[in-house]
Design a protein around this ligand. Structure first.
Ligand code: C5P
Length: 411
């Protein structure tokens, strides 16, 4: 059998936007591999990209005209930028430089590449590549966040030696990994293919009256990152999210709820192989929600009797036929992290607990930030993971979940 007939990329059309980074040369190999798999590749090369690879080389490998900023009026008549951006099944920006990411995040359209990106209604992926300081700069983090919110999928970057002589995060993902990410986009496959995973994320809001509620602080970022990481390993993911400002992640069934009781009802409708309860569910709600706004009265305080909310994690962990094969809870702790989390694992009956240190004693808070520091508590003991971006924690947890099933299936 040839690659062509077996690849998920066969017959698909890619618009490849090549930014101006030293890693642009890797696109030559990328195009060759994609063509071998039967994918049609049309290239837009930015002006900065032209400094690293030539339109001639790209044109020879892709077998198509390469579009650059020297795009003429004749070109525009034959293949307008709108058509260019829409006659593709997918757009990939590789290497995505800090500059192109910033323009995409802001919706700037000042050249052919960014105009095509703004004009498209097709899915977009980016493979960033830049110096590690540029990658970790607050502006780049903010732009990356925005791009994810806009439904853009991100491949890499990897870490290692950078062209600038430094070592760190910022290397363009390996060509093999880019090819796999594209294949996964069209036919999600990976170690978790065939598994259905349920994730709860974000806070819940428990109404007191029409304008007030009880809630825990939670941005939903860690839960959403876990949902994306599991999707990227081929799982079918259902994300049950409390109120957050985050957009529905691409390729994930997202069910929006407000209260703990709604979250419970949503998960009951979904049998799953794995449940990951990341949501910061409010422990209590008022016994009687008021239909009208409670009036403030001088000298007297309202009495608000509370009742306990259902414990979704504990209910999911109960031993019965419906129980997912792996139930994972989170524990946000401010002190005695491992002792409290170990006790919580036993009390809730879940298989693993991911304990977050949410104390901000070191000035490196967790809530709403892009970083987290966790310990994983299983029957085998405790693993302390280094402080890392929430995406990296998510990817590591997703790999652990995949390894759990691989070990079980090998038995
Ligand atoms: O008991 P505590 O709220 O600290 O437990 C945290 C873990 O339990 C998290 O995984 C959270 O998603 C889950 N939880 C739940 N339902 C609740 C309370 C917590 O699923 N009502």
């Amino acid at each position: 059998m040839t690659l062509k007939s077996t690849s998920a990329l066969s017959g698909k059309r890619l618009l490849l936007i090549i930014g101006g980074g030293i890693a642009a040369y890797k696109c030559l190999d990328l195009i060759r591999r994609l063509r071998e798999r039967g994918m049609a590749v049309r290239v837009i090369l930015t002006r900065a990209g032209e400094k690293f690879v030539t339109p001639l080389a790209l044109g020879s490998l892709s077998g198509e005209k390469v579009y650059t900023d020297l795009f003429s009026l004749t070109d525009e008549a034959a293949m307008g930028h709108i058509r260019l951006s829409r006659e593709a099944d997918l757009i990939l920006v590789a290497p995505a430089t800090a500059n192109i990411m910033a323009k995409m995040a802001a919706g700037i359209a000042d050249n052919l590449a960014t105009t095509a990106l703004l004009a498209t209604d097709k899915p977009v992926m980016i493979a960033p590549s830049m110096n590690s300081r540029m990658w970790s700069h607050r502006a780049s983090r903010r732009n990356l966040d925005q791009l994810r919110q806009d439904g853009i999928r991100v491949i890499g970057p990897g870490s290692g030696d950078l062209a600038c002589g430094e070592v760190g995060v910022g290397r363009l993902a390996e060509v093999d990994d880019i090819v796999t990410a594209l294949e996964n986009f069209f036919v999600p496959t990976g170690p978790l293919t065939g598994k259905h995973i349920l994730i709860t994320a974000g806070p819940t809001h428990e109404a007191i009256d029409p304008v007030r509620y009880i809630a825990n602080i939670s941005s939903g970022k860690q839960g959403y990152a876990i949902a994306r990481a599991l999707r990227d390993l081929g799982a079918r993911v259902s994300l049950i999210s409390g109120p957050t400002t985050l957009a529905d992640p691409d390729g994930i069934e997202t069910i929006r709820v407000t209260s703990a009781r709604q979250m419970l009802a949503a998960q009951q409708a979904l049998p799953a192989d794995v449940a990951v309860c990341v949501a910061a569910v409010a422990d209590w709600r008022v016994a009687a929600e008021q239909g009208q706004k409670i009036k403030k009265q001088d000298g007297s305080l309202p009495t608000l009797p509370l009742v306990e909310n259902p414990d979704i994690l504990a209910m999911l962990s109960q031993k019965n036929d419906q129980r997912p094969g792996l139930v994972i809870g989170f524990a946000a702790e401010t002190e005695n992290i491992s002792a409290n989390a170990t006790a919580k694992r036993a009390r809730k009956g879940c298989d693993w607990i991911v304990a977050n240190d949410v104390s901000s004693h070191d000035g490196q808070g967790v809530m709403g930030s892009d970083h987290n520091r966790v310990s994983l508590i299983t029957a085998a003991g405790i693993e302390d993971w280094d402080r890392a971006p929430k995406d990296d924690i998510a990817a590591r947890l997703a790999r652990k979940i995949a390894a759990f099933f691989m070990a079980r299936e090998e038995l």
